[in-house]
Design a protein. Sequence first.
Length: 227
Amino acid sequence: MTDILLDIYRKLLDHFGHLDWWPGDTAFEIIVGAILTQNTAWSNVERAISNLKDARALEPERMLTLQTGQLAKLIKPSGYYNQKAGRLKSICRYLIDRHEADFDEMAGRPTGTLREELLAINGIGPETADSILLYALEHPVFVVDAYTKRALGRIGLSGGKNSYQEIQRLFMDNLPEDTALFNDYHAQWVALGKYHCKTKPVCKGCPLREICRYAESYRLQNPPVPQ
């Protein structure tokens, strides 16, 4: 399985190149982005973060001074802005109360402890918590998202009923514990999902087409038209 997963990564890397993900100037900006990107496109998150920067609100202490309504207005482009404003307030309180907003100190804590703390915050699920751990704090945790699940199912490495944890273990049990690898590999799945492995897939030019069950089924059902 290690060889299979590394071969898939190399195919993706050769196709898309190294991807500089997750964008953000600070650990806190990455944390905010991980919350804002829930149920929306990244382009909307960028607009919301730009608003926060313009308001000089992209730091935990400053964000907590805003009324929830003010914060919601700033992040409106990201959608579900009232819910997300509450979640941002909650994580700001956590960062300050538990870690004094010291991200170097926080990054030095055990991964399991941090993950439990993050998951205890209202509105923070496994994907968001792991994105924070990997991208903001540089802990070697593999992030699983909808793109990854969909592609793995079509390749045949995962069934439709596999849990988040089961899919995550597939990678973490079979790959080197390497933050940089986990970082870029997840970004590669995102790129694959964005350009090829969509709900209605674009198999032409897909770097994983030759090993994809869906693509094989598609070829059988749609043979080339004779010239």
